[in-house]
Design a protein around this ligand. Structure first.
Ligand code: 4GX
Length: 248
């Protein structure tokens, strides 16, 4: 699963440019028995399997030897939920060892002794921690300066300012009868900047109002909300007036 991940796109470029390094260990290589077994039945009975502690401990210690200062993170639905703030926090570490569990999870003694942190990429159940680890690596990598190519791209995108991104347009100027907003063709940088803030504010309000509630708003942002609030009030007032007139 990881070969394709390390081999493509921005992750591949970041490795080639020595901005990050990454590698995967297969826990089966740390099983001592002939059949390289990594799971076993749970004490206490029941269905499902648990990851055996010895191969897991061997794999985690081998990973830590590669990067002794690394923080060791278990991917699991029980972890704190991953978001942009966590991605930024993790980008500050010199290394991460991401432990990917399968089955019902890992022997509890592994969590106690060898895990520093536990992260979930969201409240849903995956078949393994590998995709979760790739999500974390991807989001953390693009926070590392120089990995995105385009100037300061990470500072500009969604969440860095607590808002969703503004709408984007590229050529052609008219696509299936729909034109690009005039202002974007005007060359007025200040007006374009204002339009983009308004676009970002409205998209956030309509698609993710929860993000606005937790955000401290500055004057320009507040003014946009007030402007639209007034417009909506006008429409409601007009509606009431119409209905009053009809009843008479
Ligand atoms: N965000 N899963 C891990 C096995 C498991 C269970 C408990 C350790 C402890 C998931 C998620 C996720 C399914 C990956 C269960 N490993 N991981 N796996 N959501 O659902 O990170």
């Amino acid at each position: 699963m990881f070969d394709a991940f390390w081999d493509h796109g921005i992750i591949r470029r970041a490795i080639d440019q020595n901005k990050i390094s990454g590698s995967s260990l297969n826990i089966r290589d740390f099983a001592e028995d002939k059949h390289r077994v990594t799971d076993d039945r749970p004490y206490g009975g029941g269905s499902g399997m648990v990851m055996k502690p010895e191969p897991l401990a061997g794999a985690i210690r081998a990973a830590k030897r590669k990067c002794p200062s690394a923080k060791t993170i278990l991917l699991s639905p029980q972890g704190r939920v991953f978001d942009q703030a966590v991605a930024n926090e993790l980008a500050a570490f010199e290394g991460l060892v991401l432990v990917c569990g399968r089955y019902e999870g890992v022997d509890e003694r592994i969590s106690h002794d060898l895990i520093d942190d536990e992260i979930s990429i969201g409240d849903y159940v995956l078949t393994g921690g590998e995709l979760a680890a790739m999500v974390v690596i991807d989001a953390v990598t693009r926070q590392i300066p120089g990995t995105l190519g385009g100037e300061d791209a990470a500072e500009k995108d969604s969440f860095s300012n607590g808002l969703l991104e503004h709408a984007h347009y590229t050529r052609p100027q008219v696509f299936e009868g729909e034109a690009v907003p005039e202002i974007l063709l005007s060359g007025h940088h200040k007006a374009i900047e204002n339009w983009r803030l308004e676009s970002a504010m409205l998209r956030t309000l309509l698609k993710r109002p929860d993000l606005l509630k937790n955000k401290s708003l500055r004057k320009p942002e507040l003014d946009i909300l007030k402007k639209w609030s007034r417009r909506i009030e006008e429409i409601i007032k007009f509606y009431h007036r119409e209905h009053r007139d009809r009843r008479e």
